[in-house]
Design a protein around this ligand. Structure first.
Ligand code: FMN
Length: 154
């Protein structure tokens, strides 16, 4: 019997950079056999859809040192569901090199732990540097995303 690991990647993105990161992570996941990945913009996802997946990835741009309002709302709504046995990991994009690296992923991880019982964080969050508020993603950063995707399903 083939066991398929089903992953949903949910992201917010104002200028397309976090979307590019989501797609690169999806590519990394797809390199591994026995996986299926769906990538969706947060505004198009009803939190209840998450119930159909084994792994949930949430991505947000760093806005004032934390996730966007849409991401916070989404996590709040997930807190109302029975999500036991599901695995989660987060990613962010940021511009303030050395100052805000990892800041938003740490915040998302903290909110998830506080609000959603039963969800298991599988790996530490990925934080990706972009060049200026509109981007693009800094060169060399996208390869970290594919490696992260590989790690998720392994
Ligand atoms: C309202 C706003 C606030 C931001 N605040 C920060 C910040 O505090 N620290 C930081 O490193 N980047 C900050 N940024 C830059 C974003 O992180 C950057 O625009 C984002 O990573 C681009 O991703 P996107 O193309 O997916 O929207 C901010 C951007 C916006 C629009």
């Amino acid at each position: 019997m083939i066991l398929l690991v089903k992953t949903i990647i949910v992201y917010d993105s104002w200028f397309g950079n976090t979307q590019a990161v989501a797609e690169a992570i999806g590519k990394g996941i797809n390199e591994i056999e026995k996986t299926a990945v769906v990538i969706k913009k947060i505004k198009d996802v009803d939190p209840i859809e998450v119930l159909a997946y084994d792994v949930l990835l949430i991505g947000s741009p760093n806005h004032m040192g934390g996730p966007t309002r849409s991401v916070r709302k989404f996590i709040d709504k997930l807190g109302l569901l029975e999500l036991d046995e599901k695995k989660v990991a987060v990613f962010d994009t940021y511009v303030r090199k050395n100052v805000h690296v990892g800041k938003t992923v740490r915040k998302m991880e903290k909110i998830i732990k506080e609000k959603i019982s039963g969800l298991k964080l599988i790996v530490g969050g990925l934080s990706i540097l972009v060049k200026g508020v509109r981007g693009p993603v800094m060169s060399g950063e996208l390869s970290k995303c594919t490696t992260f995707g590989n790690k998720i399903v392994n």
